[in-house]
Design a protein around this ligand. Structure first.
Ligand code: SER
Length: 584
């Protein structure tokens, strides 16, 4: 079964079970600098898992574009991917273990027709924070999982949380038996010999872990599930790697045709990194030296190096991109639309890198000869860092070149320097972000309160599902991004302006209250990035027209603001509009 058919079957199945199909959020979280990329389907849904009401209801399903970069260096083997698609279904305080397990079982055995003998499941063994999940095991038995196919594991295997803090809970994972011989008599789903492949994860998200490691119950019992599409396609097609599925095959075959040297790992790296780069750029990513941009830069550079290893002419990059877009456009129609920017960005970055390689190699030879003349067998980490920092020469290339010259490199020292450098740029960008939102001169304070009024007015004029997606304030103007599928009409703009000015005239009181994050969400307070707030938050209310989680500062009475005027309304990115406004 082709990946797109698995996706369609999934969404249709869950739609049939009362779920609303919601669109994939972009790979780059909108206006959220706290995470680099969307790494799981639940990520854009965190506020709703914590209790905020979702406009589409309590049963949702989607396909989500995801990128995980922790295993970037493993790509090239037979299974690791950076970009992948996650199919998911959610209960936001609706159904729980029994219905979730029954639906998963039915989807696997009836829709995908996986024989039940091939399925094993794992459930949480229990510990001091949460009891053994007998309920999940019982539900699996009732659904039809065979005796001896249910395993109990601890937190390492059967507990899910994104990072260190946040909504979490015990999970139950489903495994597919590939039919390969067991590696030992003890071979179990937790073994990574390749016999068992994890296919789906249902998280029973009813806890919240705070930054001190304490677990409390959430206000509602949620279900969060994730099924890796590439992996499922591979298993259902009976092939050994995702690279053998139709998702990668045309590009893998083209690489085989073009290569002068046959290295399977390099072909996979080129194919994988190129697909991820295409997806990132299509969702607005640009190469740079920090954060997201650096991930993209690394992907493109690693791809170029492996094309060099395969001795493929780098002009072929555009052909490979064309093949991908042709191949994936049915799944991701946005690729075709963004084709030009995708090709231009990758080709430009490739050109820069080629120059860097030539220049950096000269500098490397100098540095290596210096080290040799000092009688060293190892190149210092600060030399590797300098090559990287000054000439953009990638540390992994330094390492490879050193090895070719029988030298070692002090990667430990390099990694320490690199970490310190990253921390510095991270702090820099947090600072920038804070500055944009919370400047506190008198005029900025006025703009800040006007932002809340605008947010509330847009909900009345455009619709209740309109939410803030970003904001930026200077002493000269305010900028406000919000989701909206159309250009505002003149009447709409005028109406928004009138409402805001009416509220200003009414001289509404601005009040502030401290409460827990959960209480805040329960009280219906609006919030853009819930995960970024501490456990105790401040909620600002303006009369009874607006209530938002916010760090402030704000004016005390709306009449202090002056007159609000919209200067411009324009597109910001797909589905996001931007208003520029001033106070006069
Ligand atoms: N959040 C869980 C995961 O990523 C289930 O979707 O595995």
């Amino acid at each position: 079964m082709k990946a797109i058919d698995i996706r369609n079957k999934y969404l249709k199945f869950f739609e049939g079970k009362g779920h609303k199909v919601i669109p994939s959020a972009p790979l780059i979280p909108e206006n959220d600098p706290s995470v680099l990329f969307t790494t799981a389907g639940m990520q854009p849904l965190v506020p709703y898992l914590l209790g905020q009401k979702h406009p589409e209801g309590t049963r949702l399903t989607d396909y989500q574009k995801c990128l995980r970069t922790n295993d970037i260096d493993e790509v090239g083997d037979n299974r690791h991917l950076t970009y992948f698609e996650m199919l998911g279904n959610w209960s936001l305080g609706d159904y729980f273990k029994e219905e979730s397990i029954q639906m998963s079982f039915d989807f696997l055995t009836k829709e995908l027709q996986i024989p039940v003998e091939k399925l094993s499941v794992t459930v949480f063994a229990g510990d001091k924070d949460c009891p053994r999940d007998e309920k999940a095991a019982e539900c699996w038995k009732k659904a039809g999982i065979l005796d001896g196919h249910i395993y109990y594991y601890g937190k390492d295997d059967n507990w899910w949380i994104a990072g260190e803090e946040g909504p979490c809970g015990p999970d139950t994972e489903m495994f597919y038996d590939t039919g390969k011989p067991a590696c030992s008599p003890d071979c179990q789903p937790s073994c990574d010999c390749g016999k068992y492949v994890e296919i789906w994860n249902n998280v029973f998200m009813e806890y919240f872990k705070d930054k001190d490691g304490k677990y409390t119950k959430l206000s509602q019992q949620n279900v969060d599930t994730g099924l890796g599409l590439e992996r499922m396609a591979m298993l259902l097609q009976g092939v050994d790697t995702p690279f053998d599925t139709e998702l990668f095959k045309p590009v893998m075959e083209k690489l085989e045709q073009l290569q002068k040297v046959d290295i399977i790992e390099s072909r996979r790296i080129v194919a994988e990194h190129l697909r991820s780069s295409i997806m990132i750029i299509s969702d607005g990513g640009k190469p740079s030296n920090v954060d997201r941009g650096y991930v993209l830069r690394r992907l493109i550079r690693r791809m170029v190096r492996h094309m060099n290893k395969l001795q493929i002419d780098l002009v072929e990059i555009s052909t490979l991109i064309e093949i991908y877009i042709q191949n994936l456009k049915e799944m991701y129609p946005e690729l075709e639309k963004n084709k030009e920017i995708i090709i231009n960005t990758i080709v430009e970055e490739k050109d820069k890198f080629v120059k860097t390689l030539v220049h950096g190699e000269k500098e490397f030879i100098k540095a290596m000869n210096n080290s040799k003349s000092e009688g060293k067998a190892k190149i210092d980490g600060n030399v590797v860092f300098k090559l990287y920092d000054t000439y953009g020469f990638p540390p992994e290339v330094t390492k490879e070149l050193a090895e070719e010259n029988n030298m070692e490199v002090d990667m430990k020292e390099f990694n320490e320097l690199f970490k310190a450098h990253q921390e510095k740029s991270r702090q820099g960008s947090t600072q920038k972000f804070k500055g944009g939102l919370a400047g506190n001169s008198e005029i900025e304070t006025k703009y800040h309160t006007a932002t809340h009024l605008l947010n509330a007015a847009l909900k009345l004029v455009v619709g209740p599902d309109t939410h803030q997606r970003g904001s930026n304030i200077t002493t000269e103007r305010m900028r406000f991004d919000f989701n909206c599928d159309h250009k505002l009409t003149d009447e709409e703009k005028q109406k928004v302006e009138e409402i805001v000015n009416q509220w200003i005239k009414e001289d509404l009181a601005v009040t502030v209250k401290e409460m827990t994050k959960e209480e805040a969400l329960k009280s219906g307070a609006e919030c853009m990035f819930i995960e970024k707030y501490p456990d105790i938050v401040t909620v600002y209310s303006i009369g009874d027209i607006s209530k938002e989680l916010c760090g402030g500062p704000h004016v005390k009475h709306t009449a202090e603001i002056g007159t609000f005027k919209i200067k411009k309304e324009e597109a910001s990115s797909a589905g996001i509009r931007r208003i520029k406004a001033v106070i006069i």
